[in-house]
Design a protein around this ligand. Structure first.
Ligand code: C2E
Ligand code: MG
Ligand code: MG
Ligand code: MG
Length: 286
């Protein structure tokens, strides 16, 4: 009787939880094989410098070409990779691959790589980066590591030590998704970051919410005073771009200029004088 009563609610819920757990186990198993099978790919999205009116950097964004499930976005597998620790070898592959690609780009163009908090604390990041730079020949100053404030949740002292040791390699360090999550200005006081990436949520509301505009202005002014660059994430409209210019934002990134693209398309961009340069929109309102 009890069984029957629960049928519509509890049992159903349990079943879907079960399915989810199963899917997750499947993803875990597949993730382990994905590296050796070469199923990961990096796409690159340009960052556009507003002072120089040209591309200054590309952010590397991972994709998983799953043999049966198709393209899987990082939001769907990075959390699993973090829980299982697989993010360490995957993240190391990302750093190696991004450095190899960027070594062929013009010298003023950097590459930015996302490093998850788990990878930061459990991977041998210093050694991994050192090896990737040596193997690719990329100048350290052309590599930018994007971390989020969540790295500070795990012991401040060791975190700062590692940040300084990475800085010692000559790589740049950016604070990603700034303004969300664990935001605290004390991080800015304890480490001299090279860049703040203003979270897309503020850019989205820039023209519709008075608060968003005030926050973006405050972040850019603060960054300016601390001699830190700013990048606005997720710029989709020309009006947003104009507002960001007026706030003195250093660079912009978003679908208005270009979506993340394959490595071959980046190479083609640099090898052709064709005017299909992402960022033409930024120039037209310069
Ligand atoms: P993120 O580092 O903040 O990257 C920016 C995300 O915003 C990317 O999503 C990018 O495709 C998307 N984006 C860029 N411009 C626009 C825009 O104009 N509008 C909208 N709606 N979205 C835009 P993506 O590639 O799906 O990556 C999501 C997140 O996954 C990243 O956020 C990053 O936290 C993580 N991620 C990506 N690649 C890696 C990686 O190699 N390693 C690690 N650990 N995490 C990664
Ligand atoms: Mg990022
Ligand atoms: Mg971001
Ligand atoms: Mg973001």
């Amino acid at each position: 009787r009890a069984k029957e009563a629960g049928r519509g609610t509890y049992a159903f819920f349990e079943e879907s939880l079960n399915e989810r757990a199963q899917l997750r186990r499947q993803i875990e198993t597949d993730l382990r094989l994905a590296i050796e099978r070469g199923e990961f790919e990096l796409l690159y999205q340009p960052l556009f410098d507003l002072e120089q009116n040209r591309i200054c950097s590309f952010e590397a964004l991972i994709r998983w070409n799953h043999p049966t499930r198709g393209l899987i976005s990082p939001a769907d597998f990075v959390p699993v990779a973090e829980d299982t620790g697989l993010i360490v070898p995957i993240g190391a592959w990302v750093i190696r691959e991004a450095c190899q690609q960027a070594a062929h780009w013009p010298e003023h163009v950097r590459v930015a790589v996302n490093v998850s908090a788990v990878q930061f604390h459990r991977g041998s990041l210093h050694e991994t980066i050192l090896a990737a730079l040596a193997a690719s020949g990329l100048a350290p100053a052309r590599l930018e590591i994007e971390i989020t404030e969540s790295i500070f949740l795990d012991g401040g002292e060791t975190t700062l030590k590692l940040l300084h040791s990475l800085r010692g390699l000559g790589v740049r360090i950016a604070l990603d998704d700034f303004g969300t999550g664990y935001s605290s200005l004390s991080y800015l006081q304890s480490f001299p970051f090279d860049k703040l990436k203003i979270d897309r949520s503020f850019i989205q509301n820039l023209l519709t919410r008075e608060g968003a505009s005030a926050i973006v202005r405050a972040i850019t002014e603060l960054a300016h005073a601390l001699n830190i660059e700013t990048t606005a994430e997720g710029v989709e409209e020309t009006a947003q771009l104009m507002e960001l210019r007026s706030h003195g934002c250093s660079s912009v990134q978003g679908y208005l200029f270009a979506e993340p693209m394959a490595a071959a398309d980046v190479d083609q961009l640099f090898n052709s004088d064709k005017v299909a340069v992402p960022g033409a929109e930024a120039q037209s309102v310069a």
